[in-house]
Design a protein around this ligand. Sequence first.
Ligand code: ZN
Ligand code: ZN
Length: 598
Amino acid sequence: MSQEKKQSSKEILRHSTAHILAAAVLEMFPEAKFGIGPATEDGFYYDFDLPRTLIPEDLPLLEEKMRALINNNYPFEKREISASNAEEHFAKAKQPYKIELIKDIIAKNSLHQPTDKTQNLKITLYKTGNFVDLCSGPHLDSSGEINPNAFKLTKISGAYWKGDEKNKQMQRIYGVVFETEKELTKYLKAQEEAKERDHRKLGKELDLFHFSDLVGPGLPLFTPKGTIIIDELQKHIEDICRHYGFQKVKTPHLAKIDLFKISGHVDKFSDELFHVTSKKKHEFVLKPVQCPHQTQIYASQNRSYRDLPIRYMESEKQYRAEKSGEVGGLSRVYAITVEDGHSFCRIDQVKEEVRNMIKIIQDFYGSLGLWDKFRVSLSVRDYAHPEKYIGTKEDWDICENMLQEVSDEMNLNAQKREGEAALYGPKLDFMFRDAFGKEIQIPTVQVDFATPKRFNLIYINEKGKKENPVMVHRAILGSYERFLAMLIEQFAGAFPLWLAPIQVSILPVSEKFNDYAEKIRQEIFAADVRVEINNRGETLGKRISEAEKQKIPYMIVVGEKEMKENSVNIRQREKKEQQTMPLNEFIKKIKKEIKEKK
Ligand SMILES: [Zn+2]
Ligand SMILES: [Zn+2]
């Protein structure tokens, strides 16, 4: 442990602050037993075995103690002692976890060293105030280097010792630390905003989806409003894809396991497969992907080179048995609805197919104003190990070149990543920066030489010979569940007009105008606009603020003047000024805006 790992100054600050937290915990609980306390992305945590469960109110008390320790400016004193002395020290201090860690160090060391060298093994201890920790460092020189106003303890949670469920559960305290108070404030503000945008919170407030204990976790139920958004997205993406020659297909959610044995998914996803059996000796699995089913539609007829490309799309559920601990919100669920599409084509058609698919991605994300938020990567073979890939070298050369050419011609600026291709073919991945600045991969275009061979898909080429087509997979929005979560957070719930579950809310000034409100509701509804009347017995001001909270794009207020003129007074979401116009003019305007997906 003598070797100090290279660490950035930020990491050193974060980890050093973890020591100060531990020292503060020791003051509060002299009998505390200590686990480990590493730096994290924005801060640090430390795991403790304590005589009682921590409560949130403990955190400010610990922060106070930490501030006092910082103000005392204790040095981080380093001491190297023999392993046996170190064990003795921590035995006296009643620190079983530290003793276990020393034993691990000894065991690890003896693997690489002859036994006589193990005798000389040095263990590093660091002392800050009264707190002595087993640690290899590095640290700050003294606690006074920590800015007492630039750290915060953020969270308490449970954590198993060494991350193993069979071990004792300890209590983990998380914290963040920065060099300046300004950075801390900025971080905390961003966290607050993120919380406000959290799709689980907004999904409830906007009544978009629901989880029922009786149905089970990881199985979202979409309310009428959530369903409208999903249906609109599906209609939109299918319209675009139809434009590029995709035809819609429908396949069942189950299949014999043989289908997925041939496709290779049983090997790849065996732990994630849901098996379905019945007393009538049925044995099926729920589909983990859509592609194998679609190959069987291709295989249902003899195909000639003239028939290609053949393009299928579908939006269906697929199922993955995720670990129950990882399921949460819409981002990780058991049942996801995947918008999936494939092109079966000749190798000389791959380029055109890939270009079409990228145009689809461009059209779709452009209509949401998100196209400029992408970074593209081109994943190619590991040229040092060509043998591990499926498909001939010639086919790979051709397809990798085609992807590169498409990227160049379309100014995608794709970053080439060697060795990142799937075993069955190269691909283009689109990395999207989400509302919290985190990168997520959604759209992808993947060339696949393997699946058509596995399923023995063929077409008759110009020379009358049998040949395997190439399969190109494309995902545009991926799964509707994860996409909806991303959209909610991206727009903070204020969806573009064409996606908004309710597009217009009519607010009569008083009961007297209910009839007029109903008359215009019917006219707007007849124009295929999603409209409601809010005449629930509350003040106009309250109903306006309700519509604002629901992020409804248009509010129409109607009273005496509007009724006389057959007009409407409109207020647009996030805009101050109001506007009065004839009803038919408003209908014309909103229909145009919906159509243009403004
Ligand atoms: Zn340390
Ligand atoms: Zn596929």
